[in-house]
Design a protein. Structure first.
Length: 326
């Protein structure tokens, strides 16, 4: 009887080993097929939790990357509008300087001046993307601060806050149909502050153009010329246009700074997303070289365990025959 018990113990032991090997082999094969060594919280609660949070962060970073791309497009659109306006205003300035020459036909030159002003109106209104135009305003309430979502920060307590790139677009507004004083082209500029040597009368406030559908400044005079325009008036208009040109250049430079910040942040967010993705992989992905070696080792162990069970069964049968013969 004792020999039978021992033989059965051998068989049971071999079966226990075989079951363990089969379980380990099944686990490793699943890791190889899924490329994940940690698929559920049951595999490793700590690593699974960290990886799940990081995957969420990666998705958020991707969304922020999209927001930065849209923000960059808005900045580039406004910048392009400003640089195009600079080119046209430069032409206006050159035309006014030429108009001071004796004997020129100022009436004819004013036709060209009007075409330039129409072009500025078109450029300003065309600088629209995704429903926003930073250079043109036709709203009673102006939201001067433009915000671009640039990143998110996860605190030690798990809370999330957003970081932004902010730009004050007030100086970049060129045309305002509601309040002309808020637009660089539509507001009146006092030439006496720019050219104090000019005549004291008539009024020396000039604006570059009147907004379509808007009301021009009550105390301003449009920048227009005719054969009756005096040299003092020409000098005042040249000073006003030069002031506008300087402000345009300053606004374009400010947008250039914003554009650089957005581009740098886009690069950072992209690299950060790649780093987080790699970290998730390090936490939960299967090491294929190690897993392949384990599959080979466990397959060999499985074969040995099967043989052990077979040997244990054979030995038990032989012992039983011997006992029956006595």
């Amino acid at each position: 009887m004792s020999s039978t018990v021992t033989s059965n113990a051998f068989t049971l032991g071999a079966l226990v080993i075989l079951r363990g090997v089969n379980k380990d082999l099944d686990t490793v094969e699943k890791q190889v097929s899924s490329n994940l060594r940690i698929q559920t919280a049951a595999d490793d609660p700590s690593y699974w939790s960290m990886a799940t949070t990081m995957r969420s962060d990666t998705s958020t970073l991707s969304t922020i990357g999209d927001a930065l791309s849209l923000g960059a497009a808005k900045v580039d659109t406004a910048y392009t509008g400003l640089t195009s306006a600079i080119d046209v205003v430069t032409k206006i300035q050159s035309l006014l300087v030429s108009a001071k020459s004796p004997g020129v036909d100022k009436d004819q030159m004013n036709v060209t001046l009007g075409q330039y002003e129409d072009q500025l109106n078109t450029i300003t209104q065309a600088a629209t993307i995704s429903g926003e135009n930073w250079l043109y305003n036709d709203d009673q309430n102006v939201n001067s601060t433009k915000t671009i979502v640039s990143n998110f920060v996860r605190g030690t307590d798990g809370s999330v806050s957003l970081a932004t790139v902010n730009y004050d677009a007030t100086p970049a507004v060129l045309i305002d149909t509601v309040d002309p004083s808020r637009g660089l082209f539509t507001k009146d500029i006092d030439a006496s502050q720019l050219n104090p040597d000019g005549a004291s009368s008539p009024a020396r406030n000039y604006y570059l153009l009147a907004a379509t559908g808007g009301t021009p400044p009550a105390d301003g005079t449009a920048v227009t010329i005719s054969n009756s325009t005096s040299d003092d008036q020409m000098s005042d208009m040249i000073s006003v246009v030069d002031s506008i040109l300087k402000q345009l250049t300053s606004s374009a430079a400010d947008l250039g700074v914003v554009s650089k910040r957005v581009d740098e942040q886009s690069t950072f967010v992209s690299q950060l997303g790649d780093t987080v993705t790699q970290t998730v992989g390090n936490l939960v992905d299967t090491d294929m070289d190690e897993a392949s070696s384990r599959v080979s080792a466990l397959t060999a162990a499985q074969q040995m365990a099967v043989q052990s069970v077979s040997m244990a069964n054979t030995m038990a049968s032989k012992i039983l025959i011997l006992l029956q013969g006595k």
